[in-house]
Design a protein around this ligand. Structure first.
Ligand code: PGA
Length: 253
């Protein structure tokens, strides 16, 4: 059985006190309302991680993730954060290759392959993001584009390593735009991704990997999107900034 996962990517939002209140609210409502078969991951800005770990405590199935990490283990990389530092503040997931990092920080598939290695070596779970821009979708080249991203960044891994990843499919045209992919478009791409992984790593591995959808996912559309048989949850931006919305998305399964 694949894990159902809903991860909230706060991006560069929420000052410290706001982050603490939001997390307390999420944890309290999660405990009251959610059956703990859905894993919730909160991915705040780095500087909140340590305190939020204290708030989450040992709440079953609620975890912390970082939005990024450095590809090196340690050293003279001013301003950067290492995987060991993330572990030391109780993060267990790391978002790798979000389209905003690819676009604004020039992160390439090859560079992301290194980050995936560093993250796995540290025993953290990468949430590896892929997804096509609008012009590629309009040309009908989206399947090739996304599968190529996976090949370039992940196909050097062993099957055992691959099993440890979570994939997030996030069409760039749907991120923060209010325009979500239809449930059919999401399912179709997720099935393609799974088939592509199966071709390289085998059916057992491909069937065990959770593939999340991201891009304007909200309480009103999550249920339909999550109904897809290859859709195992969501990576949520805007709607993860409100506890009620985030929890309602988690409850959409
Ligand atoms: P959004 O962002 O839900 O605000 O569209 C999703 C993401 O970027 O992960």
């Amino acid at each position: 059985m694949r894990k159902k996962i809903v991860a909230g990517n706060w991006k560069m939002n929420k000052a410290f006190d706001e982050g603490k209140s939001l997390t307390s609210e999420i944890v309290n409502i999660y405990k009251d309302e959610v059956k703990d078969d859905v894993t919730a991951v909160i991915c705040p800005p780095y500087i909140h991680l340590h305190s939020l770990a204290g708030i989450i405590g040992n709440t079953t199935n609620v975890f912390l993730g970082a939005q990024n990490c450095n590809d090196h283990e340690s050293g003279a990389y001013t301003g950067e954060i290492s995987v060991d530092m993330l572990k030391s503040v109780c993060a267990t997931f790391v978002i790798i290759g979000h389209s905003e990092r690819r676009e604004y920080f020039g992160e390439t598939d090859e560079f992301l392959a290194k980050k995936v290695d560093t993250t796995l070596k540290a025993g953290l779970t990468p949430i590896f993001c892929c997804g096509e821009p609008l012009e590629i979708r309009e040309k009908g080249a989206h399947f090739e584009f996304v599968t190529q991203q996976l090949t370039n960044s992940l196909f050097h891994l062993s099957a055992d390593e691959m099993k440890k990843l979570v994939i997030a499919y996030e069409p760039i045209w749907a991120i923060g735009t209010g325009k979500t992919a239809s449930a059919e478009q999401a399912q179709e791409m997720h099935a393609k991704i799974r088939a592509h992984l199966s071709g390289k790593f085998g059916d057992d591995v491909a069937e065990s990997i959770s593939i999340l959808y991201g891009g304007s996912c909200k309480p009103s559309n999550a249920n339909e999107i999550f109904a897809g048989k290859d859709v195992d949850g969501g990576l949520i931006g805007g709607a993860s900034l409100k506890a009620r919305d985030f929890i309602d998305i988690i409850k959409s399964f």
